[in-house]
Design a protein around this ligand. Structure first.
Ligand code: GSH
Length: 205
């Protein structure tokens, strides 16, 4: 068994963790705990009392929170995904918190009302309102990508992985991004990476 253990099935926020592990070429053991049911067993709650995936075990360290896990793995293993200067580290944190605070909740609102809730509980007007609110952060992202291919410059980093992994829900929720040409092209690059494609395949199987 490899040292790094990843808990959580691929079609969940564990997608982010698996994508990162694949980008870094890490050996890991995958425990595909199902987010619908598997997170409330006594064994799993002993690992993460919050009852959520993803969780990793890395040696004696147990870590939850998908973004914290990705920052940790990128910082630990580097390989170009982690910046080599403090200013860019700050920008990694900025974009990671931005994705969670400005976009993730709105996308969850869309997913709930278009897919996850029972059909009679879904509210398309609530989804539309969330999409309307999303236009501001999407415009911010579009302008951030106006002058560089990736968020920190010419190369893909953990900042791109973290933000793109949140925005992957836009596709699932059928959020139209066509007004944002730079964002669309950047997402195509991010999701075209072999590591992302591999995990997308895991999520489908
Ligand atoms: N902020 C946490 C959220 C984790 C989370 O809510 N995970 C969902 C799956 S995407 C989950 O485990 N749901 C099952 C449950 O809460 O029982 C993170 O980013 O890791």
């Amino acid at each position: 068994m490899s040292d790094l253990q990843i808990y959580g099935a691929a079609p969940s926020r564990t997608f982010r963790t698996l994508w990162m592990a694949e980008e870094l070429g890490l050996a890991y053991t995958h425990h595909p705990v199902n987010a619908r049911g598997g997170t409330r067993t006594p064994e799993f709650l002993a690992l993460n009392p919050n009852g959520h995936v993803p969780v990793i075990k890395d040696g004696t360290l147990v870590l939850c929170e998908s973004m914290a896990i990705n920052l940790y793995l990128a910082r630990k293993h580097g390989k170009g995904l982690w910046p080599d200067n403090l200013a860019d580290e700050g920008r990694v944190y900025q974009w990671t918190f931005w994705a969670v605070n400005e976009v993730e909740g709105l996308l969850i609102e869309v997913l709930l009302n278009r897919l996850l809730l029972a059909p009679d509980k879904r509210d398309e007007a609530a989804a539309a309102r969330a999409i309307e609110k999303m236009q501001k952060p999407l415009a911010v992202l579009e302008s951030a990508l106006a002058t560089s291919d990736y968020l920190l410059g010419p190369a893909f980093t953990v900042a791109d992985l973290n933000v793109a992994s949140v925005l992957s829900w836009a596709r699932v929720g059928k959020v139209d991004l066509s007004a944002y040409a730079k964002v669309t092209a950047w997402l195509r690059q991010c999701f075209g990476r072999p590591a992302s494609r591999k995990v997308a395949e895991m999520a489908r199987s």
